[in-house]
Write a protein that binds this ligand. Structure first.
Ligand code: BV8
Ligand code: ZN
Length: 252
């Protein structure tokens, strides 16, 4: 089905929806210059795959290396700007709430760009680069934009700081995943945006939406395991497609 024909149907379903749930992945931030998880890494990190570094075992084995990787990603994200896709989702949330609809934005991303674009109440399933936690006293630290001076960074109590990130093998924040699953089950419009949909339990949200009564829209230049089951699967970039859809929704 061509994108123009889909767009009319999508806008119609969005305007008729009562409960909207959106899941985003690294593809949303790709047009802001933040590499996705499957992009090859460069420089010091070129010999690693993200999944090798994004584990408690990697941090235990080499806390300086892993905390440097996260701190460099944090500093890099702070220098990036939200793109038109982030801005469109913030506009869509304002439109939905003003029309008396429920709107839940769920992200797998840890870069904070949705919040910087103006989205509110973002459910961060995999934590945030901007939050670090002390292994000794549990204090949560939101460090200034400048990189840490040494790795692994140390808490005021002398304890070691770890990134406030959900690593592979770790449980997701109970409140975030519980609210995300409830939204995916209850919604009548679900969008899967810029995600390869291979990481669980986040990808399971798409299944929950499909099992319910939701119309499901996917936007991704590449197909995923859910493309065939989606109501609409658009081979587009989110930074290009989302502004078009939100413009049509607001105008209709
Ligand atoms: C857990 C933080 C249990 C780190 C991340 C079934 C059930 C439960 C668990 C599992 C399960 N099966 C397997 C597991 C284990 C595992 C898992 O899912 N493994 C996968 C690899 C098979 N899951 C876990 O370990 C989870 N924990 O279940 O714990 C438990 C329970 C109780 C008690 C103890 C334990 C934890 C998962 C979270 C891991 N942390 N992130 C960090 O950032 O460093 S996941 C990380 O990878 C990202 O956050 C992201 O979620 C994921 C990558 O996915 P994407 O965001 O989709 O990014 P990706 O690069 O893959 O794809 C980008 C897409 O964008 C592409 O499709 C591309 O085509 C597209 N794109 C590119 N440009 C654009 C675009 N799209 C649109 N526009 C563009 N311009
Ligand atoms: Zn401490």
């Amino acid at each position: 089905m061509d994108t123009a024909h889909c767009s009319e149907q999508i806008v119609e379903r969005l305007r008729a929806a009562s409960r909207i749930a959106i899941l985003t992945g690294a593809g949303l931030s790709a047009e802001s210059g933040i590499p996705t998880f499957r992009d090859a890494m460069s420089g010091l990190w070129s010999k690693y795959a993200p999944s090798q570094l994004a584990t408690p075992q990697a941090f235990a084995r080499d806390p300086a290396l892993v905390s440097r990787w996260y701190d460099e990603r944090r500093a890099a994200a702070a220098l990036c700007e939200p793109n038109a896709g982030h801005a469109a989702l913030a506009r869509l949330q304002r439109w939905a709430l003003s029309a008396g609809k429920e709107f839940t934005l769920i992200t797998q991303n840890v870069d904070g760009l949705h919040q910087r674009a103006g989205s509110a109440n973002v459910l961060e399933l995999h934590g945030s680069l901007r939050v670090w936690r002390c292994l000794a006293c549990g204090t949560e630290v939101k460090p200034p934009a400048a990189p840490f001076s040494s790795y692994p960074p140390i808490c005021a109590c002398g304890g070691r700081l770890r990134p406030g990130i959900v690593w592979f093998g770790e449980a997701l924040p109970p409140d975030a995943i519980t609210r995300a699953e409830a939204a995916a089950e209850a919604c009548d419009f679900f969008a899967s945006l810029g995600t390869s949909a291979v990481v669980y339990p986040a990808a399971g949200l798409i299944s929950k939406a499909l099992t319910g009564r939701a119309a499901v829209m996917e936007i991704n230049p590449e197909p995923t395991d859910f493309s065939a089951a989606a109501t609409w699967s658009l081979r587009e970039k989110t930074g290009e497609m989302l502004p078009v859809l939100v413009e049509l929704v607001e105008r209709a």
